[in-house]
Write a protein of this length. Sequence first.
Length: 295
Amino acid sequence: MRLLVFFNDYAGNGRAKKLKKTALDLLKSAGHEVTLVSTLGGENTSKSVMDSEFDGFDGIFAAGGDGTIMEVANGYLHNKSKIKPPLGILPIGTGNAFVRDLGFKTGQIKEIIGSLDQGKTKWVDAGIAQNGGSPFYFFNILGVGFTSDVTLTASKFKFLGNFAYTIGIFYRALNLKTEPTIIEVDGEKFECDTLFVEVSNTRYTSNFLMAPDASFEDGILDVTVLKKMNTFRLMKSFPKILTGEHIHLPEIKVIRGKDIKITTKNSKVVSPDGELKGYTPVQIKVQPKAIEVFC
């Protein structure tokens, strides 16, 4: 197959660059013809993908973490090419939650390339968020509150991989503060003080099973709300998020829907797919079967 690969050299705090030759050699050894585009990450990646010509390619690949996937996919969906080949993923970033729902793990480059087949694809949903600027797609999860603060802290420790998010959780847990929040889901309104609100398209965020009942093929988004909880109880309950058992805690509320709005008393940062993009209020919708991916 002819593949157009967008490679974020800076994903995983630079670890991706060290894996670059290995990944390209594996693709070529498997008989694929590779056209490589190195990216700097962020919105520059989206623009590069959006402006690229897809004609003649059998697959478009994002090499990086969940943030890289989000930026590549945003550019992909805004690309004007008449025919869009499936999107593939090489998980070599800090957080690689999206590929878990495809049955792979971080660093399984050889396994993903070995399973690559033009006939082995699926259509997956996307979330669409609007919070003042242009709408943007997300494919894994969008967070507000404690989880966004954790993302901000974790960004300083990306060289530690997924453990960076564990550090972020413990650091932010020392200064917990709830936020008066209005959550509207398909016309129904919920008002409460929250520690975080997570809108999930997939089951995982980093290595945490945030939304165990979520699916990127059901046309629905799962909203996980954590209400008031003290630091001791948060730390005691923390292991439950690794297995999905946290959703049974009395402080957790799970809502499912297609049209969601999150409004906070004070402006709170919004974090889609491990990145930071603007502030609340944020309006979110689901786009079923938004993109075809190799699986």
